[in-house]
Design a protein around this ligand. Structure first.
Ligand SMILES: NC(=O)c1ccc[n+]([C@@H]2O[C@H](COP(=O)([O-])OP(=O)(O)OC[C@H]3O[C@@H](n4cnc5c(N)ncnc54)[C@H](OP(=O)(O)O)[C@@H]3O)[C@@H](O)[C@H]2O)c1
Length: 346
């Protein structure tokens, strides 16, 4: 088969479509003939050599795909040859075929094309497992998502609105904010022209929001804490703006704030004294156990898939490119001009 190979760590030009061995499935896996795969920021970091695939995973990039089942392992009962599916992967989506543990496979929701279904597994599993399963965002609460126009953001807005939540977003341009508003965001903040902390306070009568989903990291940490309500929850998904910062721990105590992510700079004794601050492991889906990933996928099918089938949550696709233009797709993602997901079609 053909797959996109990271020929050496580096810029987008190191991604080359090459002839490689077909993947072999084990008895708990299915073989998917890939229709499309979707880009994730993590792919660009893997390409640079800073996010190696976990042991046993495909060396090719690609954390999600859609396609048709071509073979099934002997322990797999739910799926059969010819089923149209999408899947959460530990790697290998940028290829014509990929082996997937059966527990990470989802049916293509009615009313979504096979191609567009590739845009759903990673955002659905990430947002549902973090914001809803771990941060317990509930109907009637308020939620701020930074990078509202990102793949993660465009999905988070829609599913949170569907769950009866008031949604705040930040983004870097009026064009991006207009799309967020169309997707249902209630409060749209241009972080380049406005102080998001002040706007959040103004819109919530000084209280702050209940949950924040953030990928900017260090430069936003204190501002996020300042934007949270009493008993607020901050979920850190990434640190695109930097990883090291100073925190006023007093403000965490004062509001009984939960921070969910791996805070490496806090030592054990500090943690012992942070009685009201619960620290969880980082959200990364890729390195979770197979059982854990299957549990998340099952929760997503139960809780998110009905909203997609009902047309309440839709894929947001910015551009389709052929697999042979993987380098171009990474260049596009790194400009941050896109809104929603970028797809590579096999
Ligand atoms: N932990 C996990 O399991 C997990 C899973 C999925 C994603 N993530 C993380 O979630 C984040 C979003 O992922 P995605 O695939 O949805 O990304 P994406 O579609 O590429 O969007 C990222 C957006 O973030 C905004 N941004 C803000 N500060 C930025 C900065 N310093 N550098 C670059 N962009 C910046 C940009 O929009 P503006 O123009 O509005 O600034 C950009 O379009 C990434 O950090 C990713 O690694 C984590």
């Amino acid at each position: 088969m053909k797959a996109v190979v990271i020929t050496t760590p580096g810029g987008p030009e190191v991604l080359l479509l090459q002839e490689v061995e077909d993947p072999q499935i084990n008895e708990d896996e299915v073989l998917v003939k890939v229709e499309a795969t979707a880009l994730n920021r993590a792919d660009t970091i893997q390409r640079q050599g800073r996010y190696p695939p976990p042991k046993g995973a495909s060396p090719y990039p690609g954390l999600e795909c859609s396609g048709t089942i071509e073979a099934v392992g002997k322990n797999v009962s739910r799926w059969k040859i010819g089923d149209q599916v999408c899947a959460l992967l530990s790697g290998g989506g940028y290829a014509e075929k990929v082996a997937v543990p059966a527990g990470q496979v989802l049916p293509v929701p009615q009313c979504v094309s096979l191609k567009d279904a590739a845009s759903l597994p990673e955002v659905a599993c990430t947002v549902w497992s973090t914001v809803f399963m771990m941060s317990r965002l509930s109907a009637g609460e308020t939620f701020l998502v930074h990078g509202g126009s990102s793949g993660i953001g465009t999905f988070a807005i829609q599913i949170a609105k569907h769950q009866g939540v008031k949604v705040f977003v930040t983004a870097g341009s009026e064009e991006k904010l207009a799309v967020c508003k169309d997707l249902g965001a209630d409060v749209c903040i241009n972080y380049k022209t406005e102080d998001f902390v002040a706007r959040v306070k103004e819109e919530t009568g000084g209280k702050g929001v209940d949950v924040i989903l953030d990928s900017v990291g260090a430069p936003y940490f204190q501002k996020n804490v300042d934007s949270l309500n009493i008993d607020g929850r901050l979920f850190l998904l990434g640190f695109m703006g930097g990883a090291v910062t100073q925190v006023n721990l007093g403000s965490l105590f004062a509001k009984r704030i939960t921070v969910q992510a791996l805070l490496l700079s806090i030592d054990y004794m500090t943690l012992v004294h942070l009685l009201l601050v619960i620290m969880h492991a980082a959200a990364g889906l890729r390195t979770r156990t197979l059982e854990n990933k299957a549990e998340i996928v099952s929760e997503v099918e139960k809780n998110v898939w009905p909203a997609i089938v009902a047309g309440k949550v839709k894929p947001v696709v910015f551009k389709y490119l052929p697999l042979s233009e993987a380098a171009e797709s990474h260049r596009l993602m790194e400009t941050s001009q896109h809104i929603g997901k970028i797809l590579l079609v096999a």
